[in-house]
Each structure stands twice: as structure tokens, then as C-alpha cells.
Design a binder for this molecule. Structure first.
Ligand code: PLP
Length: 455
């Protein structure tokens, strides 16, 4: 594309460093400038309209024009635009939001700690794993385990938990004490002749081997997204979490569920933990918590963890952790209104109603010559693009097959993001059946174009 001098595109290329963007390529290509949102659609600065096929970044659950959230923000701005929660200060929307989250929790939880991003919530969880084990007199139980291809964020601790090479490479990560175990993606890592359940058994055995090799007394926690989204929409095989949790219980290891994407209806349950029978000690959440209208995240902790924090405060005199914007009034007001909308409109029920069509259309594309595997749950799914369907041979990463598919999708009016060789879809939860069909019709054209290009 030609970038006109002094255009928004030129100024962007001149001044903005973009997250998750090829910094060199961007200087030539410039951005796609988005000007407006309407329902599940976004509109660029030239007036082109697109289906937001990834709900922004898996987060804009209520689309891009929900007036009630705008009004909630306005009301709170006028009433109390900011106050903090340090030193025991509080305000009504943070109190009510915490109360609602504890009510909705998939397992009994005790307290909610607010932060601003998923990364911060996971960072907090890791700090609490350390703090908790110091408090209970097991200071050696500090190592944590996550999985290859997990995504837990980009701060130093959460990027270490993330199991994707580009988040570690040349950033000198992961930090010591963060270990990674097997990714439960059956399509890539299941052995020939192995059933999904046998694969789950092998993943749990491999976790146990790692724990034994490191010393069970040194392992404090296991972090897991119920369904691994950014790593390629990896749906754990049946019985996976039963087997993993049996190992964690055996060695007294905390489970932290990262519900940053799965939380609030994405899988057709309020939390992803419910979909897979997970019994976490802490739950991190963000994104759909406020339908992405305000930056806010939260970490729920159970009473076992909370009691340890209380004991530390009795010893130290305070809980030495918190962000200026923890429980920001505008963000908590918007999140609270978001939860009201979810319940009033029965968003979880809506996902259950439309997800079968979404999954049917997704799985039908498994027949496409470019698609090796179609997988998903609820309103999230991916198509793994392969050079050879029979052998599962992947494309040369340098070819950027999914990036090309994303560009073709954009040309056909669907915005999504390439994640590895995956063409992923995770639309706003308010999407209708007609819009699901439209999104898949357009995506199919993008795949046809990409197939022609790749041959
Ligand atoms: N955890 C998961 C599962 C995520 O998908 C993400 C972001 O995509 C994060 C954590 C990090 O959240 P944030 O980008 O708000 O820091």
C-alpha cells in the first residue's frame, strides 16, 4: 500500500511502536486505521466494514457499540473518576464487582484482587504462589510449571509462563524457576495409534516425571488456560484435567486457571474451568470481564491462599502489592454493567444456542485442501493450515501462510490474526447465526485464495 505523506498511516509508521507486529515491515506497510465500531463490525478510515472475527483480541464480547457500557463509564466519570484501593480505601463499584465475581466463581473463592491486564493478574498469581509458600513455611516450594504453547502474558513473569518461542527469544526469558511441560494438542503431539485419553494419560505422566525430576518439594504451582487460545485453540483431550489434577493433588501443587480468554461465556459456560472440571486455587481473568471497554483484570483467590496473606500481614504489617489503578472506579463500573448485561441477556445461553452452527461450519472446513485440523469449543475455533493434509507437514514458517490467509480474509471483510499457522476465529459473543454463516463464507474465500497462492 502507498502511504501518503502526513496521513494517519504515515504518522503511525513514524511514531508508534506496535505490539506483535513486524517492526521492519510496518515501516513500509503502515497500519490499518480503525475509526468506528458497530455491533460485531469495525470500520476503517476509508469506510470499509469488516466482521471482527477475533472479537478484537478475544475480548470485545458485546461488540463495539454497546451504549449501556458507555453510559456506565460516563456516570462513573461524573461521580468519582478515580480513587484507589490502597490502605483500606474502597468505593462502591469495586465492592459490588468483587461480590458478583465471587458469586459467579466456578469453585468457592474468597477474595478478588484487581489489576489492569491479564499479564498483571498472572504476575500477581505468581507472586502469590511465592508469598503463600513463604507464609506456610515451605519456602523451597517456589518453582512453577506451565505448558509449551501457553499464553499467559508479556510481563517478565507472565512472559516466562507463556510457552511460545517469540515471547522468550532475545528477551532473555524465561526467568529461573519457570518450567514448561507438554502441550495437550492431540493433532500434533498424539502418537499414531494412541487414543485421546491415552494421550491425556501420557501428558499427566510427563508432568509427574518433571515434578519428580525437579523434586516435588520444589514445585509450587501449575498454570493453565482451560482451553489454550493464543497457542492455537488447543482443546484438551477428554480426561486431561482429571489426570493432571490428580498429579497436582498428589504433590500438593496449587492450580491457577488463566481464564483471561475462556472466562465469561466463551466456551458456553461462565468459566472455562466448568467446561473441564478444573478446581483452581486462583483464577485470573480480564478481557471479557469488561467486554474490553475498559482495561481491567482480576485475580480470585481461595480462602487457603487468602489466609496465608492475612498471616503475612500480621507478621509484616501490610500486603505489599498493588497497582495505582487496582479496582479503578470507571473500569469496575463498566465491568459491573458488563456482568449485568451477560446475565440479563443470558449470554452463556446465547453462546450455547449459536455455538453448534459455529462448530459445524468450522469442522466442515476440515475438508478444505489447506486445512489439516479444525478444532474449537463454544465460540472459539481454529483451522490449522498445513502443506500436506496426509503427512501434516507444516508450511515453512518464513512463508507466513496464516498471515497471508489473514490478509485475504481482510480483503473479504473479516479481520482475524495469524497465530502460528492457525486461522482462528473468536467473534464477539453477540454474533447471530446469519453473521456466523457470513463470517465462514468469507473465510472460505480467503482460504481458497490462500490455497491458490500457496501452490
Ligand atoms: N492470559 C491469556 C490466556 C491471554 O490470552 C492473554 C492475552 O491474550 C493474557 C493472559 C495477557 O493479557 P494482557 O494482554 O491483558 O496482558
Amino acid at each position: 500500500m502507498t502511504i501518503l505523506p502526513n496521513s494517519l498511516e504515515a504518522r503511525d509508521a513514524a511514531f508508534v511502536l506496535h505490539p506483535y507486529t513486524n517492526a521492519s515491515q510496518h515501516l513500509q506497510d503502515g497500519p490499518l486505521v480503525i475509526s468506528k465500531g458497530e455491533g460485531i463490525y469495525i470500520i476503517d478510515s476509508d469506510g470499509n466494514k469488516y466482521i471482527e472475527g477475533l472479537g478484537g483480541l478475544f475480548c470485545a464480547s458485546l461488540g463495539f457499540s454497546e451504549q449501556r457500557l458507555v453510559d456506565a463509564a460516563m456516570r462513573q466519570m461524573q461521580e468519582l473518576p478515580f480513587y484507589h484501593s490502597f490502605g483500606g480505601k474502597s468505593h462502591e463499584t469495586a465492592i459490588e464487582l468483587a461480590e458478583q465475581l465471587i458469586r459467579l466463581a466456578p469453585v468457592p473463592m474468597s477474595k478478588v484482587f484487581f489489576a489492569n491486564s491479564g499479564s498483571e493478574a498472572n504476575d500477581t498469581a505468581l507472586k502469590l504462589v511465592w508469598y503463600y509458600h513463604n507464609a506456610i513455611g515451605k519456602p523451597e516450594k517456589k518453582k512453577v510449571i506451565s505448558r509449551w504453547r501457553a499464553y499467559h502474558g508479556v510481563t517478565i513473569a507472565s512472559a516466562s509462563l507463556t510457552g511460545l518461542p517469540n515471547n522468550h527469544r532475545d528477551f532473555d526469558l524465561p526467568i529461573d524457576g519457570v518450567l514448561h511441560t507438554d502441550c495437550p494438542e492431540y493433532y500434533r503431539y498424539g502418537l499414531s495409534g494412541e487414543t485421546e485419553e491415552e494421550f491425556a494419560t501420557r501428558c499427566a505422566a510427563s508432568l509427574e516425571d518433571l515434578i519428580l525430576a525437579e523434586g516435588p518439594a520444589t514445585i509450587g504451582a501449575f498454570f493453565a488456560e482451560p482451553l489454550m487460545a493464543s497457542g492455537g485453540c488447543i482443546v484438551p483431550p477428554p480426561t486431561y484435567y482429571d489426570k493432571i489434577q490428580a498429579v497436582l493433588r498428589k504433590y500438593d501443587i496449587l492450580l491457577i486457571a488463566d481464564e483471561v480468554i475462556c472466562g465469561f461465556g466463551r466456551l458456553g459456560t461462565m468459566f472455562g474451568s466448568e467446561s473441564f472440571g478444573m478446581q483452581p486455587d486462583m483464577i485470573s481473568m480480564a478481557k471479557q470481564l469488561s467486554a474490553a471497554y475498559q482495561p481491567i483484570s482480576a485475580l480470585m483467590i481461595n480462602e487457603k491462599v487468602h489466609a496465608a496473606i492475612v498471616a503475612e500481614s500480621e507478621k509484616i504489617g501490610t500486603f505489599g502489592h498493588g497497582f495505582t489503578y487496582s479496582g479503578h472506579p470507571v473500569a469496575t463500573a463498566v465491568a459491573l454493567e458488563t456482568l449485568k448485561i451477560y446475565e440479563e441477556r443470558d449470554i452463556v445461553g446465547h453462546v450455547q444456542n449459536v455455538a453448534p452452527l459455529f462448530q459445524r461450519r468450522l469442522r466442515a472446513l476440515a475438508e478444505h485442501p489447506l486445512v489439516g485440523n479444525a478444532r474449537g469449543r463454544g465460540l472459539i475455533g481454529t483451522l490449522e493450515l498445513v502443506r500436506n493434509k496426509e503427512t501434516k507437514e507444516p508450511f515453512n514458517p518464513a512463508n507466513g501462510v496464516a498471515i497471508h490467509a489473514g490478509k485475504r480474509a481482510q480483503a473479504h471483510g473479516v479481520v482475524t490474526r495469524a497465530m502460528g499457522d492457525n486461522y482462528s476465529l473468536c467473534p464477539p459473543l453477540i454474533i447471530t447465526e446469519a453473521q456466523i454463516n457470513d463470517m465462514f463464507d468469507r473465510s472460505e474465500k480467503a482460504l481458497d485464495d490462500t490455497y491458490t497462492w500457496a501452490r
